[in-house]
Design a protein around this ligand. Structure first.
Ligand SMILES: C=C(O[C@@H]1C=C(C(=O)O)C=C[C@H]1O)C(=O)O
Ligand SMILES: NC(=O)CC[C@H](N)C(=O)O
Length: 838
């Protein structure tokens, strides 16, 4: 018999970790996840409800923000569900109730319903580990088979059940485990309990957390102990159905089964209704059809090995500057520090395909010098689908034009290239690039809030820069920092073959002439005018700087802590913005879509300064007519490889300032404290939850490693998703996991809502979003936009340009306000430096 399990999701960011824990149990239950808000009073009191109760053997009331009070909107339909269970279990129906398992909020709800008050903890326990003191009953029950083992459990709660052993009115709840935690000033908190007669179990802690022990064992025990009960219950339901025992109930169950299936299908969380994506947009298909006669493009590849003594950072700078001279605007994603090992550049000339989208516009704009056009969209989901159709490039063949001096043409199919790349990766090599052409750009924080979380963004503050800004590059260069190998790629329709082939050869020729390459090869420098961009590398533009207000920031921290104490959030990444007004900028205002050398070079100078002062693995430089983004992010958000069916996320939480005096050992000691570890653990659990919705297997391959950057030490974890579910590709994971959990806190949805209020509904914009690429061969890599500056406006001579730099930090119950203020400033300084010291 397959156990049917209904998990009520209260919009927590750990729900899908619970799903995975249940899924892997020996009984292999079939799991349906239902958001609590979908259990409306109308639905629960309708005739549909008995069908739902009959369908499920086990109901799990999951964790979530808020209080377990009937009137708290965060409880959604849980109170209605509970009343219905009680109603059907008593009176004429005498329903044999389902097995119930409560986690955290669910635990608090069940115990409150049984007469035990729920109140605030003296200090919230978020991401903190306690050892369990298992009671005698517990050892025979939930913790059977674990005798004598010390069990560590992770806690995410602000409220707790004030269990009164002498409480005369209630003998129904049996304590199974208490917390043992020396930091809790003698307060013993009830951690696990069961109902004396009914098959209800509940835990206050999170058995699904990566740092909780024996989570699966206790759930195995639940199924073992409830087996008899479930058989009995099924017999009872069959009796109702076969023997006309209760005619009304029978009718409800039978007649409503189809309705129930439809109801669940419509409302189930993404877990079980992963739609096939991308869908081709009807409009886009029209144009694609028109282009059907045009032969599929070929991908040209040229490989150059640089001398071993080349300085790759210098090489990349010179390469961008020189190729820009004959190729126009470029985007750069540079690995300016470890652990990054590849840099990518996309170049545009005559046909730049730039896609921009502003929330809540009903259209996506495609700008090209040929023909700007707008595609109508109903939501941001349509934008993603349109982009997917842009990425649907049918490459006919791969032509290796040359490799070093051997300019032999080698032709293989795209599948052969994919196979070569994939095989090499499977064997652990990193010799092939992940970007062969495709989209490069950024996605704003708000695009994630609206698209990934379905939370409204305040319409009062219109976006200054697009919420999605990506350019489709058919010409690109990839540089491997370790092997010093350069790959040049282009693809275009057959009609343009000669142009593109000549571009590739021109870049190859240009590389040999670069001063850094000649130096490394021991050749005398060529008499050649330096590129115009290079001349401005040292240029600094004075700016008027409006820094965050300390009192306001401290006040935000205090208010955040209030939300942490009330149980609404476990961690809040509070941020602020610094505004720099750049006067008399170097723009000449010429042209409509093309950027002049003058415009480009001032920002390039900023980028070079930022790279010199704070090099980071995920550096980026984007420049369009109206905006610019220069960033030095240390944090990878998401990398995917569709061919391997895998993805990787590297969240950072935990920051210590690096000075000339601090050693790694000192920083490690500071980062290995419960406060920093708790911050990181919460995000690791949150990301495991996000990825579990898309991948069958999720593992934490690095838990809280200390990494050293130029200005800070960071605590970094690595989460890997394997076996993407059928129909899932990397972009699904990207759009479904935005905004980055490290920039919101947990639980994500509620935390984002709180942050909107704390940050006065001011848009974060590009900051807290992601930048990166989406490659035509099935790869992608996106970093979190932090330690970055972006600019808006400034078209025309002497027009002011606004730069914004966001900075912030995760606030937990253990945060110290002054330390958080200092931490925010440490992060801010990394990017702000380029505007100072004029
Ligand atoms: C909010 C920022 O950084 C985020 C917060 C961190 C923290 O609280 O330790 C670390 C890295 C980022 O995820 C920022 O740089 O502005
Ligand atoms: N993780 C949870 O379910 C938390 C429950 C409740 N909001 C609390 O903070 O205590």
């Amino acid at each position: 018999m397959t156990i049917q399990l209904l998990l009520i999701d209260s919009y927590d960011s750990f729900t899908f970790n619970l799903v995975t824990l249940f899924r892997d149990l020996s009984v292999r239950p079939e799991i349906t996840v239902l958001p609590s808000a979908h259990l409306t009073p109308a639905y629960v009191s309708s005739h549909l409800f008995p069908a739902l109760l009959a369908k499920f053997d086990v109901i799990v009331i999951g964790p979530g923000p808020g209080t377990p009070l009937q009137e708290d909107p965060d409880m959604g339909g849980i109170p209605h569900l509970w009343h219905a269970i009680e109603k059907y279990s008593t009176g004429s129906y005498r329903w044999v109730p389902p097995v119930v398992f409560g986690v955290c909020l669910g635990f608090q709800w069940i115990l409150l319903r049984n007469g035990h008050p729920v109140v605030r903890l003296p200090s919230p326990r978020h991401g903190l580990i306690s050892v369990l003191d298992v009671t005698e009953e517990g050892q025979k029950d939930l913790y059977a088979g674990l005798d004598g083992k010390e069990i560590e459990c992770v806690r995410y709660h602000s409220l707790y059940v004030q269990y009164d052993i002498d409480f005369a009115g209630n003998h129904d709840i049996v304590p199974l485990a208490w917390s043992r935690d020396e930091n809790e000033e003698g307060l013993k908190v009830l951690m696990a309990a069961r109902h004396k007669t009914l098959p209800y179990w509940a835990v206050q802690y999170h058995p699904e957390s990566v740092c909780s022990q024996y989570g699966a064992d206790i759930l195995e025990n639940v199924f073992r102990m409830s087996k008899e009960h479930t058989i009995l219950r099924r017999q009872w339901i069959n009796r109702v159905l076969e023997q006309d025992h209760i005619p009304l109930l029978k009718a409800s169950i039978l007649e409503r089964q189809d309705d129930l299936e439809t109801f669940l299908r419509d409302r189930q969380h993404r877990c079980k209704v992963l739609h096939k994506w991308p869908h081709q947009s009807a409009k886009r298909l029209e144009t694609r059809d028109k282009q059907a006669d045009i032969a599929a493009p070929s991908l040209f590849q040229y490989i150059i090995d640089l001398p071993n003594n080349v300085n790759v950072s210098q090489f990349i700078t010179e390469l961008c500057e020189h190729v820009f001279e004959f190729s126009g605007v470029f985007s750069l994603l540079e690995s300016a520090a470890a652990p990054g090992s590849w840099s990518y550049m996309g170049f545009n000339e005559d046909i730049p395909h730039r896609f921009t989208y502003y929330i809540p516009d009903p259209f996506l704009t495609e700008t090209s010098t040929l023909r700007p056009q707008a595609w109508s969209v109903n939501s941001i989901d349509d934008v993603w689908e349109l982009l997917a159709s842009v990425m649907d490039v049918n490459i006919s063949q791969v032509i290796q034009v040359g490799r070093g001096p051997n300019n032999t043409d080698l032709r293989i199919s795209l599948d052969e290239l994919k196979e070569t790349v994939t095989n090499s990766r499977e064997n652990g090599y990193d010799e092939w690039p992940s970007f062969f052409g495709g989209l490069i750009g950024y996605v704003s924080y708000e695009a994630g809030v609206v698209g990934g979380l379905n939370v409204r963004v305040d319409q009062e503050s219109p976006a200054e820069v697009p919420d999605i800004d990506v350019t489709f590059y058919t010409r690109s260069i990839a540089v491997n920092h370790k092997t010093k190998r350069v790959f040049i790629h282009t693809f275009e329709e057959q009609n343009f073959v000669t142009i593109y082939r000549s571009w590739i050869l021109r870049v190859a020729e240009c590389i040999e002439l670069l001063p850094e390459v000649r130096r490394a090869r021991g050749c005398p420098p060529k008499e050649r005018a330096m590129a115009s961009l290079a001349k401005f590398r040292e240029k600094k533009v004075p700016g008027e700087i409006q820094l965050p207000d300390k009192d306001e920031y401290l006040c935000k921290i205090d208010r955040a802590k209030e939300y942490l104490a009330s149980g609404d959030s476990y961690e809040l990444c509070v941020t602020d913005q610094t505004v720099i007004v750049e006067k008399g900028s170097l723009h000449d205002g010429s042209g409509d879509t093309n950027i002049s050398f003058k415009e480009m070079r001032s920002d390039w100078a900023f980028y070079q300064q930022m790279k010199a002062s704070n090099p980071a693995p995920y550096s980026c430089f984007f420049r369009s007519k109206k905006s610019a983004l220069i960033g030095m992010s240390p944090e990878r958000f998401l990398r995917w490889d569709n061919n391997l069916g895998e993805c990787e996320l590297r969240p950072i939480k935990g920051t210590v300032k690096r000075t000339s005096k601090t050693t790694v050992e000192e920083a490690t000691a500071k980062l290995k404290t419960p406060k920093e570890q708790a911050e990181n653990l919460m995000i690791v659990d949150l990301i495991r939850h996000d990825v579990s919705q898309f991948c069958e297997d999720v593992e934490v391959s690095q838990l809280m490693g200390v990494e050293t950057y130029k200005t800070v030490y960071q605590l970094v974890s690595v989460i890997r998703g394997k076996n993407m579910r059928p129909g899932v590709t990397g972009p699904d994971i990207l759009r479904g996991s935005l905004p980055p959990g490290s920039m919101t806190g947990a639980p994500k949805k509620r935390s984002v809502e709180i942050l909107q209020e704390l940050e006065c509904h001011r848009r974060r914009g590009v900051y807290s979003g992601v930048s990166g690429y989406w490659d035509i061969l099935g790869h992608g890599d996106w970093s979190v936009v932090i330690r970055s500056a972006y600019s808006v406006g400034g078209q025309g001579t002497d027009v002011e340009r606004i730069w914004r730099i966001g900075a912030g930090g995760a606030i937990t119950a253990l945060s110290d306000r002054q330390e958080e203020w200092d931490e925010m400033n440490t992060k801010l300084e990394a990017a702000l430096r380029i505007f100072q010291d004029v």
